[in-house]
Design a binder for this molecule. Structure first.
Ligand SMILES: Nc1ncnc2c1ncn2[C@@H]1O[C@H](COP(=O)(O)OP(=O)(O)OP(=O)(O)O)[C@@H](O)[C@H]1O
Length: 498
C-alpha cells in the first residue's frame, strides 16, 4: 500500500500575477508574441536569491511549473508577452534597427521590495527583430550570463538579475553545434539608450516623448516635478552611468560590448556576453576577442560610458529643447565618475581620509601592478594583510610581483600613508575585505562549470553560483576558487558568439 502523502507543490509560479506596463505603450513599440517552445526542457540552475526578489520560495524553482514557465513552454496565465524594438550604435557606428531578437518580455510582477520587476526570457526563439539570428542562446553563454548577473549583484553592482537557466538538447549552430538554453532575467525595466535612439533617428518625436514619459513615470517619478523632466532624466542617467563605470573599474569588470543597445536607462549592467574580470593587470586589456580595435578595452570603459551618454543626450535633445541644456546634463559625468572611483579606490586601500599625494601613490601602485602583470583581485585582497609595523603578513602579496624591490619601496610609502591616519591593522583589514572581493567569476571558472554542464552535470554551475553569492567572505573550503588561473586558462578567448 502507498502510505506516502502527495504533498502539494510549493507555492510558486501560480502566485505570480503578471501585468505588463510596457504593453500599455502604443503598438509601434513592440510586437506581441509568445516564446517558441523549448523541447524537453530541464533545470540547469535557479538563483534562490533572485527568486526571493519576486516572492518565490526555493522549492518552487525546482517544480515542473517553473521549468515549463521559464522555458517559455507554458504561458504564464495573465502575461502579455512581447518583443520590444530598439536601435543603437554598435562599436561607435549607427547600426539602425535592432530590437529583442531573442528576448521576450513576459511582463512585470510584484517584487518583495514593494516595486515591480520585469521578467524576460532570453533565447526564447525568433522575433520580428531577429534579423539573421535564430532567436536562441546557447547553454555556454546562458550560464555565463546567469552566473555573472548574480555575481555582480552580490558585489553590490547595479545589474539585471538572473532567475534561472533552463536547458534543452535542441542544438543551435555557432562555431560548432551547441545545445540551447533560456535565461530568465529580471530588472525593473529593460529599456536601453538605444530604445530612445530608435525614435530619434526615425524622426518620431511623439513616440520619443511617449517613451521618455513612460520611463520617468515608472522609474524616475521624482523627476516629474523638475522644471525640465527630460533634462533631469538625462542628468540622472548620466550620474548613474558614471557611477556604474567607476564600480566596474574598481572590481576589474570588463563588459566587452558597450554598444548603446546594451546600456540600461536605469544604469544597470546589462547583457553579459564576452565580459571578463581583470586578471594580470593591463589597462589596455580587451576581453572581447571580436573587438580588435580595443574600443571597449578596460581603460576605455569610463570614456565609452560618457560617449554613450552623449548618444542618449542626442536622442533626448528634441525633448530637452537646447544643445546647451543637453550638454549641461552631460557635463557632470567626469566629476561624478572621478569622485566615485576615488571613493572606491580609497576604500580598496583602506584609506579613510584624503591626502594631497594619494594620486601619486595610486599611480605608482597601478604602474607596478602592470609591470609585474599582477592579478587584480588577488592584489587588492592580499593588500589587506599588510601590517603597519612591517612585521610580515605581506609575503603572499609580495610574491605577486616580479620586481620585489620596487614593491618593497611602494609598500614603504603605503605604510607611511596609512600612519597619517592612525590606521589599525585589524580594523583596516576588515574594512578592506568588505571592499576587495576574494571571489570573482574568472573566465576559467565559468569555462569549467560550462564544460561540466555540457556533459549534463550542473553541480559546478550551482556551486560556483553559491560561492559567488558571498564574494567578500573567506570561505576557506573554497579557497581554490580564489587562486591564480591555471596555465591552460591563458589561451581562453571569449567572443561575441552566443
Ligand atoms: N541568436 C540570435 N538570434 C536573434 N537575434 C540575436 C541573436 N543574437 C543576438 N541577436 C540580436 O542582435 C542584437 C545585438 O546582440 P547582443 O549580443 O548585444 O544582444 P543579446 O545578447 O542577444 O541581447 P541583450 O542585449 O538583450 O542581452 C540584439 O538585437 C539581439 O537581440
Amino acid at each position: 500500500m502507498n502510505n506516502r502523502l502527495a504533498f502539494p507543490e510549493a507555492t510558486g509560479i501560480a502566485h505570480l500575477r503578471f501585468a505588463n506596463s510596457f504593453a500599455s505603450l502604443p503598438a509601434a513599440f513592440y510586437t506581441r508574441l509568445a516564446p517558441t517552445p523549448l523541447p524537453a526542457p530541464y533545470l540547469v540552475a535557479a538563483s534562490e536569491q533572485a527568486a526571493q526578489l519576486i516572492g518565490l520560495a526555493p522549492p518552487a524553482c525546482a517544480s515542473e511549473d517553473f521549468i515549463q514557465t521559464f522555458s517559455g513552454n507554458r504561458a504564464a496565465a495573465d502575461s502579455q508577452s512581447l518583443a520590444a524594438v530598439y536601435s543603437g550604435h554598435q562599436f561607435g557606428v549607427w547600426a539602425g534597427q535592432l530590437g529583442d531578437g531573442r528576448a521576450i518580455l513576459l511582463g512585470d510582477v510584484a517584487a518583495s521590495d514593494g516595486g515591480r520587476l520585469e521578467l524576460q526570457l532570453k533565447g526564447s526563439g525568433a522575433t520580428p527583430y531577429s534579423r539573421m539570428g535564430d532567436g536562441r542562446a546557447v547553454l555556454r553563454s546562458s550560464i555565463r550570463e546567469y552566473l555573472c548577473s548574480e555575481a555582480m549583484a552580490a558585489l553590490g553592482i547595479p545589474t539585471s538579475r538572473a532567475l534561472s537557466v533552463i536547458g534543452s538538447d535542441q542544438l543551435a549552430m555557432r562555431e560548432r553545434p551547441e545545445t540551447t538554453a533560456v535565461v530568465t532575467r529580471m530588472a525593473p525595466s529593460f529599456v536601453r539608450f538605444g530604445s530612445f535612439e530608435h525614435w530619434y533617428y526615425n524622426n518620431r518625436r511623439e513616440e520619443l516623448k511617449t517613451l521618455a514619459d513612460h520611463v520617468i513615470a515608472g522609474f524616475y517619478p521624482e523627476l516629474q516635478a523638475a522644471s525640465n523632466p527630460y533634462h533631469a532624466l538625462l542628468a540622472e542617467v548620466t550620474r548613474r552611468t558614471a557611477q556604474l563605470m567607476a564600480q566596474w573599474q574598481a572590481v576589474g569588470f570588463m563588459h566587452g560590448v558597450m554598444n548603446t543597445d546594451n546600456m540600461s536607462i536605469l544604469g544597470l549592467t546589462l547583457d553579459y556576453g564576452p565580459f571578463g574580470f581583470m586578471e594580470a593587470y593591463d589597462p589596455g586589456h580587451i576581453c572581447n576577442h571580436t573587438d580588435q580595435q580595443g574600443r571597449y578595452a578596460y581603460a576605455r570603459q569610463p570614456q565609452i560610458g560618457h560617449w554613450n551618454c552623449f548618444a542618449l543626450g542626442q536622442a533626448l535633445l528634441p525633448l530637452i529643447g537646447s544643445v546647451e541644456e543637453t550638454e549641461a546634463a552631460l557635463g557632470n559625468y567626469q566629476a561624478i565618475y572621478g569622485a566615485k572611483l576615488d571613493e572606491l579606490l580609497h576604500a580598496k586601500l583602506g584609506l579613510a581620509s584624503r591626502q594631497p599625494d594619494d594620486d601619486k601613490l595610486l599611480d605608482a601602485m597601478f604602474a607596478l601592478m602592470q609591470g609585474s602583470h599582477v592579478d587584480f583581485t588577488l592584489f587588492f585582497r592580499r593588500l589587506g594583510n599588510l601590517r603597519l609595523d612591517g612585521s610580515g603578513g605581506d609575503e603572499a602579496l609580495r610574491d605577486l610581483f616580479i620586481d620585489r624591490a620596487a614593491f618593497d619601496a611602494w609598500a614603504l610609502q603605503y605604510r607611511a600613508r596609512l600612519k597619517l591616519e592612525n590606521s589599525q591593522d585589524r580594523s583596516r583589514k576588515l574594512a578592506m575585505d568588505a571592499s576587495n572581493p576574494k571571489y570573482v567569476l574568472r573566465n576559467y571558472l565559468a569555462q569549467t562549470a560550462i564544460e561540466r554542464a555540457q556533459e549534463k552535470d550542473f553541480s559546478e554551475v550551482r556551486k560556483l553560483q553559491q560561492i559567488l553569492e558571498n564574494p567578500f567572505d573567506e570561505q576557506p573550503q573554497h579557497a581554490r576558487y580564489a587562486e591564480l588561473p591555471p596555465d591552460w586558462a591563458r589561451g581562453l578567448e571569449v567572443s561575441c558568439s552566443s
